[in-house]
Design a binder for this molecule. Structure first.
Ligand SMILES: [Zn+2]
Length: 497
């Protein structure tokens, strides 16, 4: 559940972008190797028509820059965008771009950073420039919404016959976090309502995930039900580049209000808790894999599909593609790994309070798993197969308590571990402003909250000017009932509860 987070490494690069932006459609920051690099852009002639403002405010003195520009430098072609077609490899792309094989070989020799270039997929795009002497001058490849692989030659502006060495770096777009709130009532379907309230799809998916053990949001919520969510989003260059995680949420349906708050448990794992510190997620899961359908339900008197005799089916069969990862249903200890007659390859886990789980017909076990190993809930233990008595790839999943089998799809699941008493006070304090934000800020237009509540999770209550501006716009009644701190400052020091 970790979301894209970039550090604030791009400040220098952003400065460059301000100037180069007009020449490139790509809104990224490049070239933190500064001086020579920048000079190469200008000397290439590509940007010659561009006004020659200083690239970076405190970069090079004017005279120094002029001296660099005067040096002879290799001619560099304009940026060329190449889209990967099915069946393309880096070597094919380079040959299409008119670059000899030694160039992509040298590029791939740059190690870990350029690894993504070995796994190009159709539709990916690369941008590159060449020197007129047939060398790769620069290359850019967008890795995700904030990271770009940027390759350039160290000596581009240096002139002469030496083409210089290729250097690779990952350029991070400078991002900052905003904490946003959205609330509304269901009109039509929940997903439509969330989307028309401006909730990013990713956040809507997280909501469904958080509440999945208490309510099926797509089925159980009805017109008139209310929702409210506080989430963090990453912004770069005024645009949202990532949304999530959900910090707090509230849904009101069927006369019931369910609030959920994000916190990190003692094992460093993110969980969602209700206001009393009880987790939303039970300690065992009903379906420990992504499956396509239940191919055979729990049935104490099943007619066995292969043996044609009545034989109880003490588990649930989940059909899934061969190789689909199977996750431990809960924290526990491995008590068996190996083959067992009808089960084929099977893993057996012992949990707390007499619970055990079994995972049969595996194609293979996860590397290195052994009897006696401790596993965490969600950890991959093996892969779906059809070993033993199985007509096709599926997982046979059993949950037993003190040896007695229970139907994992319908049984009451054991509660997850509540936050420890020692942390409850801090948690309770931390969620108060979140509760206020979920419930008590009426008539506050979404857009206002969205554009102004730039309380940064990492920096706490930020610049007063922003907060004041927002406050001045807030409806008068909220001004009376809420302090600035309540409205905009979510305590940042204890985000881990
Ligand atoms: Zn089965």
């Amino acid at each position: 559940m970790d979301f894209l987070r970039a550090g604030s490494h791009g400040a220098l690069g952003i400065g460059l972008f301000v100037c180069l932006g007009g020449a490139h459609a790509n809104p990224f920051s490049y070239g933190s190797s500064a001086g020579l690099h920048a000079a190469a852009f200008n000397s290439s002639g590509v940007l010659g028509a561009h006004q020659s403002r200083p690239l970076l405010t405190d970069q090079l003195e004017h005279d120094e820059r002029q001296a660099l520009l005067a040096k002879s430098a290799p001619e560099i072609t304009p940026w060329q965008e190449i889209t990967v077609a099915p069946g393309d490899s880096l070597s094919k792309l380079f040959s299409r771009a008119g670059l000899p094989a030694r160039e992509w070989v040298a590029l791939l020799n740059l190690g870990e950073k350029v690894k993504p270039l070995e796994k190009l997929r159709p539709g990916d795009t690369l941008e590159l420039r060449k020197t007129t002497s047939g060398h790769l001058a620069e290359l850019r490849f967008k890795l995700n919404s904030v990271d770009t692989l940027s390759v350039s030659r160290s000596n581009l502006g240096g002139g002469g016959n030496n083409p210089g060495e290729l250097e690779a770096e990952i350029v991070h777009l400078d991002t900052h976090t905003r904490r946003l709130s959205v609330r509304g009532t269901v009109d039509g379907s929940l997903s439509q309502s969330l989307s028309s309230a401006g909730v990013p799809p990713n956040v809507a998916t997280q909501l469904a995930h958080i509440y999945r053990y208490r309510a099926n949001l797509s089925r159980h919520m009805h017109p008139g039900d209310a929702f409210s969510v506080v989430y963090d989003a990453e912004y770069a260059d005024g645009k949202r580049v990532a949304a999530g995680p959900v910090i707090a949420a509230s849904i009101t349906t069927g006369g019931q209000n369910l609030k959920a708050f994000r916190a990190v448990n003692d094992d460093g794992e993110v969980r969602y808790y209700d206001a009393t510190g009880k987790p939303y997620e039970p300690s065992l899961s009903r379906h420990p894999l992504k499956y396509s359908r239940v191919s055979s339900p729990f049935n104490p008197s099943r007619l066995h599909p292969i043996l044609r005799v009545r034989r109880p089916h003490w588990g649930v069969d989940f059909a899934a593609a061969r190789g689909t990862p199977i996750h431990a249903a809960g924290d526990g200890v491995v008590t068996f790994v190996g083959r067992k007659h009808g089960y084929g390859r099977i893993v057996q886990l012992r949990h707390f309070d007499g619970y055990t789980t079994r995972y049969g017909h595996m194609y293979e076990f996860v590397d290195g798993i052994e009897k006696g190993d401790r596993v965490r809930k969600g950890q991959v233990i093996g892969y779906v197969g059809a070993t033993g008595e199985a007509t096709g790839p599926h997982l046979h999943y059993e949950v037993r308590r003190d040896g007695r089998a229970h139907n994992p799809l319908t049984m009451k699941l054991p509660d997850g571990e509540s936050l420890p008493q020692a942390r409850l006070a801090a948690f309770t304090n931390r969620i108060q402003p979140l509760i206020a934000r979920l419930d008590d800020v009426p008539d506050m237009p979404n857009t206002l909250i969205a554009s102004s509540a730039s309380v940064d999770a990492r920096h706490g209550c930020i610049r007063a000017s922003g907060v004041n501006a927002a406050f001045a716009l807030a409806p008068k009644n909220t001004r009376k009932r809420h302090s600035l701190a309540e409205l905009f400052c979510v305590a940042s020091s204890d985000t881990n509860a």
